[in-house]
Every structure is written in structure tokens, then in C-alpha cells.
Design a protein around this ligand. Structure first.
Ligand code: OXD
Ligand code: MN
Length: 570
């Protein structure tokens, strides 16, 4: 592998500071993967799973280090105003002081791995190369699955590439820092070895740093799945959909059409991140920058997500799941067993509590997915037919609602929210507004992000239509809508609307289907409730949106105007 001078100089400057024993330049080969894995099997970082899970391993993380640490994630932009009201801000100089203090000698007696990686199809003009250095072998093997690493990546590196510095450190959560310096395209992370905190290519590069690049270069970096649907005549439609965590995003990305949809196909392009560029024809084209899934394990099973279950049978890393006596990975949602070793390493009966951590994960190659779109590696990406926004809401929000126009669609995305389910982050029942599911990932002022979205309305007349869905309506504690595969019925209605067909009822908040338009095995009265627009409830919702807008300090005029229009119509 020919190492570029700009990369070498930078790596040496980091090594001068962190003082590793050795520097290992990753070529991305399987033999390299195996030898790093060998080391981790020896020191207990990894455990081999049952041979029926070929080439699969288990890792248990530190008990203080089990999820993305939003409170310890910082945007080090020039001013606090640049970072906006939804981000933690640190002045860049303060960020550098922290780096200087915490990173001196932090890799002593350890190997520093240098990982050149590419986000996106190797030949795509929209792909980006970056380099992460890390002292964590666990990060190395995860990154080999999640991104395209090694020689090809090194060849793609251009001057000004995105740089990530990660050190495992002490894992002390109080001294944990995940810092982003957008103007330098630099990410610095210490004291975590978990997921989005440590695999810097994913949330840190492909969303946060990319969001700032997208803003200045005129494209979109979004927290969206990408799904291909083909109808029985062979016509293809593409959906890009944003949902906050725990709102069914992975399941929608991996959906199977219900059995009576003969001839219809659903294929996956991405499950978490989409980069979207305007094509010459005015349509928005999406690529998936990632090469693997980092999916939540609990709840995944043959019924809810058979495609995920098939994907993870080989070459998969499991983190913080439980394991059965014969070495099978196990979590809540899989067939009950009497005894497991839980995610902390203790023997237990799953009846006595949760054996897998609720945020336990599988890291698995996307190319193992059984219904991968043939356009997954298309350098130009796929033309998006419709954007879908949604969040988990037990009441009020209808099953599906079509926006009147681009501005209204942006309003829907900007105001989307999820109910708080755990008391920890807010009061139960309170709505957390999570614009476009980007609240934790937009690295600049959220109002400028809204402005950026609105600007596309002036650049093209061929933009995707925008819809808002909610699979989670409940009555008396029971779901009104079956969800999962049945969500495909909603996609079919969306396709009809995009084709200028399909019946709809105009309401103050958008167009909803007529009650017989969706089909499926749902009683009439339930369907009526699912599609009902309750004016009183919506007025209160708009008051809450108004409070949210005021909390942001400034909001683009067209969104404020839209709020007034809806209030009046209600
Ligand atoms: C994720 C997340 O892990 O959004 O994808 O939290
Ligand atoms: Mn995500």
C-alpha cells in the first residue's frame, strides 16, 4: 500500500503525542482481520460463538460504556451560535486543550492502528475517504465490516480528508469526549469504545461532519434508510426515511411485502444513513455511505425481521448480547431458554431480568443481506420517489399523511417528535422534538439546517414528495395497526400518490387516505381512528411546536408562516 505523504505526516504527528509502541497500517485483508481477532480471543476481548454461527464473535463492553453518549458529544465550531441550541458546544481552543491533556502518552504500550476508509461505493463521485487512528482492536474489526477499508481507500484519499483520532483511554464516562471540529474535518474521541462514540466513520463523519460539508456544498447528509420497492410490472420506487431511534427504522429497511402482494419486491440499499445529491434531471439521488449494519439485537427475530436473522448467521460481531450454554447468541425476543450467560458475563435465568443489554448490537456485512438492491453500489445512487418521516406516537398522529408541497414537507420533518418512554431523558409522555431524526447528528444550527432543506425547493421542481407516518397508535394499551410487513400497504398508497393516483382526503395537516384505501386485516373502526384528524389535539400539538420553535431562537420565515396557516385551518 502506497502511503500518501499528507496521511503519513498527520499519523506521525498523532503518534508523537500519543506514544504508541507500534503503528499498524491496515490493508483490510482477511488475514489481517484474523490476526487481530486472534489477539482479542487470547486476551479475552472476544469470544468465539457456536460453529453454526460461522466466523461469529461476542464482545462484552465495559458496563459504563454501552451507548452513544449524547451528553459527552461536542461540536467545536467557532461560535456557540454556529453549533446552535441543540448541540453541546466547546470553543475549539478548549477542545484542543482537552486533547493535549488527555492524549499525551495515552497509547503507551499499545499499537496504534491506522485505518484508511471509504464511505460510499468506491467509484462514486459522492464517496468520501477518511482516516481513523485508534488503539482499539475492537474498533478495527468493526470498521472492516462497517466501511470499505485498506488500499482502495488510501488511493481515494484527497488533500483535506476527514481525520478521526480515537483512544480507548480509561473509559471514565466523566472524562469522555467525542469532539467534532467541522472547519478542520477533524474528530477526536476518548474514553469510550462503543458504537457511534468509537467507530468514527458512522455518526461522527457520515452524519455530523458530513452535515456541515453538505450545507456548504449543496447536498444532504441524512439519518435515513434507503429502500427499493419494485411493482409487478418491474417499475422501481425508492424511499428515503428518517425515524428517531426505536421507531422501527431497521425493520422498515428490511421489510418483506405481505404474502398477497405477489410480484412485489422490497430490497434494501441502506438502514441508517443516506447522502443525497441533486441530479441533472432535478431529482435527488441517494447513496448509502456504509458497508455494514450496526443493528440493535433485542426484538429481532424470525417473525419481526427474518432478513436480519438470515444476515447475521455468519461473519458477524455481537456486542453485549447474552449467550446460551452451547455458545449461541441470545437476546430478548428469541425463543426462551432456561439459562444464559448475560451480557455482563454472569450466569442467569432470563426470566429474572434482561439478559442482553437493550442496546446490544450486531455488526454484519451488508452484502450478506438476502435482498440487497442491485443498485447498492451504483455510483450515481438511486432517484428518491418519496421522503418519509415518522416517530413513535401513541396518539394523534395519523397512520400516514401527505404534505401539500415541499415547504409543508420540510415543516413536517422539522417538527417531528417522539414520545419519551423512559423517565431518564424527559418526562414520560412528553414529546422530544427530533427534526428529521437529526437532533443528535446535525453539527450546525438546526434553523440553518431547516433553511438548507427549504433551499432545495427553489433549486428543483422534481423533488420527492414528503410523507409522515406513524405505526404506533395505541388504544387501551393495544396497537391499532399491526405494523411490520403491513407497513408495505402504506408504502403502496404513497406510491399511488406519487404517481398522481390514489384517493385522499384533504385535512388542515395534510392529505390522508380514505378509510378503505389502505386495506389489510384492520377493523373499520380502528382504521377510522388511525386516519382521524382530531382538531383539538392538533391545536395543542401546534402550541407545542410553537414552544419548540421559540426555544430555537430563530426559525426560517416559511416554517413560521406554515405554522400559522395550519393553526388557522384547524
Ligand atoms: C443508531 C442510532 O445507532 O441512531 O443508529 O442511535
Ligand atoms: Mn441511526
Amino acid at each position: 500500500m502506497e502511503i500518501k505523504k499528507e496521511v503519513l505526516d498527520w499519523v506521525n504527528s498523532v503518534a508523537d503525542y500519543t506514544k504508541p509502541d507500534k503503528i499498524h497500517w491496515m490493508d483490510g485483508s482477511d488475514s489481517e482481520f484474523n490476526s487481530i481477532m486472534e489477539k482479542m480471543l487470547k486476551d479475552g476481548t472476544m469470544e468465539k460463538l457456536n460453529a453454526s454461527y460461522k466466523n461469529c464473535y461476542l464482545h462484552r463492553s465495559h458496563q459504563n460504556d454501552v451507548a452513544r453518549s449524547e451528553a459527552r458529544t461536542f461540536i467545536c465550531s467557532e461560535t456557540k451560535e454556529d453549533a446552535g441550541p441543540l448541540n453541546n458546544w466547546l470553543p475549539p481552543a478548549e477542545g484542543k486543550t482537552i486533547y493535549n491533556k488527555l492524549f499525551v502518552g495515552c497509547m503507551k504500550n499499545r499499537t496504534m492502528y491506522v485505518i484508511p476508509y471509504v464511505m460510499g461505493p468506491i467509484d462514486s463521485p459522492y464517496s468520501q475517504a477518511g482516516v481513523q487512528v485508534t488503539d482499539s482492536p475492537y474498533v478495527c474489526v468493526n470498521l472492516k465490516i462497517m466501511t470499505r477499508i485498506g488500499k482502495k481507500a488510501m488511493e481515494k484519499i484527497k488533500s483535506g480528508f476527514v481525520r478521526g483520532i480515537h483512544a480507548t483511554g480509561s473509559l471514565n464516562p466523566e472524562e469522555r469526549y467525542i469532539m467534532h471540529f467541522p472547519s478542520e474535518k477533524l474528530i477526536i474521541s476518548i474514553n469510550s469504545n462503543y458504537g457511534g462514540n468509537a467507530l468514527l466513520s458512522k455518526k461522527c463523519h457520515a452524519l455530523r461532519i458530513a452535515s456541515t460539508m453538505a450545507k456548504s456544498e449543496g447536498w444532504l447528509a441524512e439519518h435515513m434508510l434507503i429502500l427499493e420497492v419494485e411493482n409487478p410490472h418491474g417499475k422501481k420506487y425508492y424511499f428515503a426515511a428518517a425515524f428517531p431511534s426505536a421507531s422501527g427504522k431497521t425493520n422498515l429497511a428490511m421489510i418483506n411485502p405481505p404474502s398477497e402482494y405477489s410480484g412485489w419486491k422490497a430490497r434494501l440499499i441502506g438502514d441508517d444513513i443516506a447522502w443525497l445529491h441533486l441530479g441533472k434531471d432535478g431529482r435527488l439521488y441517494a447513496i448509502n455511505p456504509e458497508y455494514g449494519f450496526f443493528g440493535v439485537a433485542p426484538g429481532t427475530n424470525e417473525k419481526t425481521n427474518p432478513n436480519a436473522m438470515e444476515t447475521i448467521k455468519k461473519n458477524t460481531l455481537f456486542t453485549n448480547v447474552a449467550v446460551t450454554k452451547d455458545g449461541m447468541p441470545w437476546w430478548e425476543g428469541i425463543e426462551p431458554v432456561s439459562e444464559v450467560t448475560d451480557w455482563t458475563g454472569k450466569k442467569m435465568d432470563p426470566k429474572d431480568g434482561k439478559a442482553a443489554h437493550p442496546n446490544s448490537r450486531f455488526t454484519t456485512p451488508i452484502i450478506q443481506y438476502p435482498h440487497l438492491s442491485s443498485h447498492y453500489e451504483d455510483p450515481q445512487g438511486v432517484p428518491i420517489t418519496a421522503f418519509i418521516f415518522g416517530g413513535r406516537r401513541e396518539s394523534l398522529i395519523p397512520l400516514v399523511c401527505e404534505s401539500f408541497d415541499w415547504e409543508h414537507g420540510v415543516f413536517m420533518g422539522a417538527t417531528m417528535g417522539v414520545e419519551q418512554t423512559a423517565a431518564a431523558e424527559g418526562k414520560v409522555g412528553e414529546i422530544r422534538r427530533d427534526p428529521m431524526a437529526m437532533r443528535p447528528f446535525c453539527a450546525y444550527h438546526i434553523s440553518d439546517y431547516f433553511e438548507h432543506w427549504l433551499s432545495f425547493g427553489k433549486k428543483s421542481t422534481q423533488l420527492p414528495k414528503i410523507f409522515y407516518v406513524n405505526w404506533f397508535r395505541k388504544e387501551n394499551g393495544k396497537f391499532l395497526w399491526p405494523g411490520y410487513g403491513d407497513n408495505f400497504r402504506v408504502l403502496e398508497w404513497i406510491i399511488e400518490r406519487c404517481e398522481g393516483r390514489g384517493e385522499a382526503v384533504k385535512t388542515p395537516i395534510g392529505n390522508v387516505p380514505q378509510k378503505d384505501a389502505i386495506g389489510g386485516n384492520v377493523p373499520n373502526d380502528a382504521m377510522e381512528k388511525l386516519l382521524h384528524v382530531d382538531a383539538g389535539g392538533w391545536k395543542r400539538e401546534m402550541e407545542d411546536v410553537e414552544r419548540f420553535f421559540s426555544s430555537l431562537g430563530r426559525v426560517p420565515g416559511p416554517l413560521k408562516k406554515r405554522l400559522e396557516v395550519i393553526k388557522k385551518a384547524l
